[in-house]
Ligand binder design. Structure first.
Ligand code: ADP
Ligand code: MN
Length: 251
């Protein structure tokens, strides 16, 4: 009918605009037809007003800056359906009671993964861990609060000079403890997945976080502890992986 045709026309226009946008040309393969449709839905729902430039192009996902409603800035993380390491992604879904019985094909795994990052952000927030506020998820596209300013997203802990490493360490340790109490292990925690903004530490990249039901949850926690302890001990903090893990288990 006429309305459907009108909608199709609007969608094609929108898609062509996106395709023409210089910044989105970086990685053609990310944007299959269904991904454009997902972005379009997010625009129609008012979560995205205009696309900005790319913040990061990673192995599994690209992150873009965008304008949200009422002059807010948002980060848009778009997972690749053709993620090269989807086997590994599937392994991370194991034992998670939230995603029991999902299909194991590439597309289902990546869509579930995106949903998982959204749910993990919600759960981390509820547990009092500072993470970007999750705003919306549509298919393989996640919209969240942008940490930092437009055109000036927050640097990672790796990229800044920290004034007081001991205090920063204690904050990260507390985040790890709260996350664990909420039944989650980050699984890729390091100075690269913590950003610094206005004196606050913000944990990001929480898609791979597993629930404590995961058969490797203990190993992942140990690895997180090793990474975090190694980083802070280089800055002179008296800590090692074992004592950090012990702290998280005991408190
Ligand atoms: P990857 O899996 O590719 O590492 P991340 O979620 O870590 O994906 O995002 C990649 C980079 O994008 C981060 O290192 C950070 O610089 C930036 N980034 C991601 N999310 C946000 C956000 N919400 N606000 C600001 N910067 C972000
Ligand atoms: Mn990351």
């Amino acid at each position: 009918d006429r309305i459907a045709r009108e909608r199709d026309r609007e969608f094609s226009q929108f898609r062509d605009q996106l395709k023409d946008a210089e910044d989105l040309k970086l990685e053609e393969s990310v944007f299959d037809e269904a991904t454009y449709a997902a972005i379009y839905k997010l625009v129609q729902d008012g979560h995205i007003v205009a696309f900005g430039g790319p913040i990061s192009t990673g192995k599994e996902a690209n992150v873009y800056e965008a304008l949200g409603p009422e002059d807010t800035d948002v980060a848009v993380k778009i997972y690749r359906i053709n993620a090269s390491n989807f086997q590994q992604m599937r392994d991370y879904l194991e034992g998670d009671p939230r995603f029991e019985g999902i299909r194991g094909d590439k597309k289902s795994v990546v869509l579930t993964w995106t949903q998982k990052e959204f749910s993990n952000l919600q759960r981390a927030r509820a547990a009092g861990v500072r993470v970007p506020e999750p705003i919306a998820v549509q298919r393989n596209v996640l919209v969240m609060e942008l940490i930092g300013e437009e055109d000036d997203h927050a640097p990672t802990l790796h990229d800044v000079a920290i004034e007081n490493p001991q205090t920063a360490f204690e904050v990260v340790r507390e985040y790890m403890r709260r996350l664990y109490d909420a039944g989650l292990v980050h699984g890729d925690l390091s100075e690269y997945n913590i950003v610094v903004y206005e004196g606050e530490l913000v944990v990001i990249d929480i898609g791979q976080a597993v629930t404590i039901h995961h058969p490797n949850a203990g190993d992942f926690l140990e690895r997180d502890c090793e990474n975090v302890a190694a980083f802070f001990s280089r800055l002179g903090v008296d800590v090692d992986g074992d004592s950090l893990c012990g702290y998280i288990h005991e408190n």
